[in-house]
Design a protein around this ligand. Structure first.
Ligand SMILES: *[C@@H]1O[C@H](CO)[C@@H](O)[C@H](O)[C@H]1NC(C)=O
Ligand SMILES: *[C@@H]1O[C@H](CO)[C@@H](O)[C@H](O)[C@H]1NC(C)=O
Ligand SMILES: *[C@@H]1O[C@H](CO)[C@@H](O)[C@H](O)[C@H]1NC(C)=O
Ligand SMILES: *[C@@H]1O[C@H](CO)[C@@H](O)[C@H](O)[C@H]1NC(C)=O
Ligand SMILES: *[C@@H]1O[C@H](CO)[C@@H](O)[C@H](O)[C@H]1NC(C)=O
Ligand SMILES: *[C@@H]1O[C@H](CO)[C@@H](O)[C@H](O)[C@H]1NC(C)=O
Ligand SMILES: *[C@@H]1O[C@H](CO)[C@@H](O)[C@H](O)[C@H]1NC(C)=O
Length: 330
């Protein structure tokens, strides 16, 4: 018993003395060395002013330390006036699980290959920067990634087919870049837990991967590309999709016999080449978004459900669509 009390006493003593002792620095010396190199490579910007060598790097702005290992596990550089490239030294923070570069206008160059050394990385975000070049296919080596967000940058070239090797992904964002070529067939073979995909505002062409028919997405945004062909494999009674934006492409199919899942809450098909008439089944859905304008649809708009909650502009510019909210059928 006495021993137990002594032990507890000792623990309390150690705990109390922590903040005052020089041993209280949690930062791992390797991590500190690497972070100081990163600061230098960005030219010692004001944003990293708290990164002072004789202070604990676990207290520094932008980074976080893991509670158990005391190693740097998060790095979030956000809305910073920082210029230059992503420092290759970032690959020397082996405990990183989450890495973000967001809203940094003057961040240029490519994603450095050293990033593949971050084997524990779960979340990678490079968005609203001027990073350019192709999306590196080596990202497929970051096996632990659950989210990959490379939206709003200056990436060009095609989508690497190797991304389908990332078997833990919940989703991918590659929207608002300058990507060309077709969506690789391999993306039809994503892991079953894959939920969302944003590819909008690029210059993608070709048809959608056939394998998407077997996946259960919650959200797909492909708007503003040059995609063509049929998309009916994305829909159907047994699907789970909630948000589907295919607007401003060159999709061409007959919608007349299409079935829609009950899960669908938003469907944007505007500016395509869709033919046929709107199916009665649409009245069964509880949608908050629906836009089929600028297509080649014909016949009466089914009356009921949420279909009359939408405006004139969500149906206009079709071949001969009619009935509320458009003018009456003749
Ligand atoms: C980016 O670089 C330009 C030119 O060096 C500079 O004028 C500007 O202030 C920098 N930062 C931001 C946030 O625009
Ligand atoms: C960004 O930093 C540079 C120098 O570090 C400075 O000249 C410039 O005014 C800053 N820009 C903004 C928008 O703060
Ligand atoms: C990229 O750079 C241009 C010119 O410096 C700037 O106008 C633009 O806002 C930048 N883009 C982003 C996403 O930061
Ligand atoms: C993924 O993370 C786990 C746990 O941190 C680690 O054991 C594993 O080695 C990582 N995967 C790779 C490819 O390193
Ligand atoms: C963005 O990419 C285009 C080519 O696609 C290039 O001409 C331009 O310089 C790039 N902008 C920046 C800031 O890297
Ligand atoms: C949905 O039904 C089709 C046939 O109607 C079937 O081929 C497909 O495997 C089903 N998908 C799911 C996710 O159950
Ligand atoms: C539907 O899409 C068309 C074409 O982009 C657009 O003009 C219209 O404003 C949209 N309607 C609504 C209510 O968003």
């Amino acid at each position: 018993m006495a021993q137990l009390i002594n032990y507890q006493f000792l623990c309390i003593l150690i705990f109390l003395s922590l903040p005052f002792s020089s041993l209280s620095e949690r930062c791992h010396p390797n991590d500190k060395k690497v972070l100081l190199k990163i600061k230098e490579s960005f030219n010692n910007p004001y944003h990293l002013a708290s990164w002072i060598p004789d202070t604990d790097c676990c207290q520094w702005y932008v980074v976080e330390c893991d509670r158990k290992t005391n190693r740097i596990n998060e790095f979030h550089l956000f809305a910073a006036n920082v210029s230059g490239q992503i420092p290759k030294e970032i690959g020397q923070l082996p405990y990183l699980e989450s890495l973000t570069f967001h809203k940094i206008t003057n961040l240029t160059g490519n994603i450095p290959a050293s990033i593949i050394k971050l084997t524990k990385l779960k979340r990678l975000t490079v968005s609203w920067t001027n990073i350019s070049g192709p999306i590196p296919s080596f990202l497929s080596q970051l096996e632990n990634l659950t989210s990959l967000d490379l939206s709003f940058n200056n990436f060009s070239g095609s989508i690497p087919s190797s991304l389908s090797q990332l078997r833990n992904l919940d989703g991918i964002r590659l929207d608002r870049n300058k990507l060309t070529g077709s969506i690789p067939e391999s993306l039809g073979n994503m892991n079953p837990s894959f939920q969302y995909l944003y590819l909008s505002h690029n210059e993608l062409s070709g048809t959608i991967p056939r394998g998407w028919g077997d996946l259960n997405f919650a959200l797909i945004e492909l708007n503003r590309n040059k995609l063509q062909g049929d998309i009916s494999l994305l829909l159907g009674k047994n699907k789970t999709i909630q948000i589907l934006d295919l607007s401003r492409n060159m999709f061409q199919f007959d919608i007349s016999n299409m079935e829609f899942p009950d899960s669908l809450t938003s469907l944007d098909l505007n500016h395509n080449m869709i033919t046929g008439s709107l199916p009665q089944g649409l009245t069964q859905l509880r949608m908050y978004g629906f836009n089929v304008s600028y297509n080649r649809l014909c016949g009466p708009i089914p009356q009921g459900g949420s279909l009359q909650n939408f405006q004139y502009t969500e149906y206009f510019h079709n071949r001969c669509l009619c009935g509320a909210p458009l003018p009456d059928c003749k």
